[in-house]
Design a protein around this ligand. Structure first.
Ligand SMILES: Cc1cc2nc3c(=O)[nH]c(=O)nc-3n(C[C@H](O)[C@H](O)[C@H](O)COP(=O)(O)OP(=O)(O)OC[C@H]3O[C@@H](n4cnc5c(N)ncnc54)[C@H](O)[C@@H]3O)c2cc1C
Length: 452
């Protein structure tokens, strides 16, 4: 080793109360709230902020969940985003509260079996809306098809059972969260180290972490938060803990009204669309495909594999060796010009409810990224079982932008030993997830079913 590498980097902090690994939205929101709580925090990011999944996200933010803890977390998170400008300043709010519109068809699924029963669907959705309202989500509504047609005249409501809609939901701007979040955290005394890779830990005789080891030197610390996104399991490996998170590749597609031929106002008038375009709610079809405005384009995505009658030669979407360099790979069959193409099939799915996407719209681009998925679709926000001062904050299963503020709050509750935490920590515990995986229903944490 040359002398150059032996010399400690003078910009490296000499100590921290907490080191946060990962500079995505979770890293930013955890760092910000820890520093606001008075804990000296250093965030270490291997590349640049917003380099991972956060920048490849549809960034929907909703409070409409099924599990009580998730609803509570989301009330906190949306309130945090809504008050961001007031408390943090900055020029742009991080969330656009245009509403979130879930549509449901007549297929009622109960205990794994599906039957066509409109009344049962409506009754089940009403029950959920009532639960959400009882927990404080006052502006969630159940809409019958005629109300949907009146409120959203661009929706095809044929064979729709009902919808749920919440005006204070919407979608976020991840770059605003990371840029303004880190700026504010730094102004309070936090440190952000970019292009700095965490490669291991120094531990004491009990296995607890005494310092974080990076390619630029070591940072002695009291606590470590693992916010390394889909790569968090590698951090778990550093202390001998296996984190059950699967990296699953997901795509987003961008379509534009063909503005060469048609300006948006004429396009909107013809299709009864909101004006401005950005006021369209985040809209989900009964089969889990979604659409929202994205600048002057529409963003579309889908939680499904292509239907079996379309032949694709697809590699597995679960990529256990997912590397950060592999984020941008668009697999065969998923490019916009492939034939047959997943994009085309997704577009047909969206157009069943939102026919305007077939009217003068064309694909402009596609992006890909990883979901870090757990078996029960809830994150792991939990102390590690080997290193007792390591907290994992990962496995958000496609909800990491929206759950970030509340996740940061729970991390603080864990570190400070708050006896009235935001939610019962068991709900997001690693132990509860392992019990779920082992079929130990008595000790398993609850599972969320409102996922896309
Ligand atoms: C197509 C798509 C659509 C999505 N839609 C939504 C949505 O609508 N709503 C929603 O809430 N969520 C959505 N998500 C999920 C959301 O993007 C993620 O849950 C969220 O971005 C996770 O944030 P993060 O900060 O944990 O991870 P990331 O943004 O991936 O950040 C992790 C960071 O850790 C760094 N890192 C990793 N290892 C190390 C190391 N050893 N040392 C230092 N740094 C390290 C990485 O470089 C990376 O920058 C979507 C994701 C995708 C791909």
């Amino acid at each position: 080793m040359t002398e150059k590498f032996k010399t400690p980097d003078p910009t490296m902090p000499t100590s921290a109360d907490v080191v946060v690994i990962g500079g995505g939205t979770i890293g930013a929101l955890v760092t910000l709230q820890l520093q606001e709580a008075g804990l000296k925090t250093v965030c270490v990011e291997a590349h640049s902020t917003n380099f991972g999944s956060s920048s490849r996200s549809a960034a929907a933010a909703r409070q409409q969940f099924g599990m009580e803890a998730n609803i509570t977390m989301q009330l906190y998170s949306v309130d945090f985003f809504a008050n961001w400008k007031k408390t943090l300043g900055g020029t742009t709010p991080p969330m656009h509260q245009v509403g979130y519109h879930f549509m449901f068809d007549n297929n009622f699924t109960d205990n794994g079996s599906t039957r066509v029963d409109s009344k049962a669907v409506v009754a089940a959705k009403l029950k959920r809306v009532e639960k959400q309202r009882a927990l404080g989500l006052n502006d969630v509504e159940l809409l019958m098809p005629d109300e949907v047609a009146e409120r959203f005249p661009y929706v095809d409501t044929s064979e729709l059972a009902c919808s749920t809609f919440c005006q204070t939901d919407g979608y976020c701007y991840p770059n605003v969260i990371t840029n303004d979040g880190f700026d504010r955290a730094k102004s309070l005394g936090a440190t952000l180290l970019q292009n700095t890779l965490v490669s291991g830990f120094k531990t004491d005789s009990n296995g607890n972490i005494t310092a974080v080891v990076t390619n630029k030197g070591e940072i002695p610390c009291q606590y470590v938060v693992n916010a390394a996104g889909v790569w968090a399991s590698r951090v778990g490996d550093m202390v001998g803990t296996e984190l059950p998170i699967s990296p699953v590749r997901r795509y987003l597609y961008f379509m534009g009204p063909n503005l060469g031929q048609l300006d948006y106002d004429s396009f909107a008038k013809k299709n009864n669309l909101p004006m401005p375009m950005s006021d369209m709610p985040f809209t989900v079809t009964p089969n889990g495909a979604y659409c929202r405005a994205d600048g002057k384009q529409f963003m579309l995505g889908w939680d499904r594999r292509p239907s079996e009658d379309v032949i694709y030669d697809l590699p597995s979407l679960v990529d256990h060796d997912a590397s950060i360099q592999a984020q941008d790979i668009i697999q065969d069959g998923f490019r916009t010009n492939d034939d047959p193409s997943y994009a085309e099939e997704m577009c047909m799915e969206v157009s069943e409810r939102l026919p305007f996407v077939l009217d003068h719209c064309g694909f402009a681009s596609a992006t890909s990224g990883f979901y870090g998925i757990t078996a029960d679709h809830s994150p792991i926000i939990s102390f590690d079982s080997n290193a007792k001062n390591l907290i994992h904050c990962t496995g958000f299963s496609g909800h990491g932008i929206m759950q970030g503020p509340a996740a940061g709050k729970l991390v603080i509750d864990l570190i400070t030993g708050n006896t009235s935490p935001i939610v019962d920590p068991f709900v997001y515990s690693l132990g509860g997830l392992l019990s779920h995986l082992n079929g130990d229903t008595k000790n398993a944490r609850p599972a969320e079913h409102m996922v896309i």
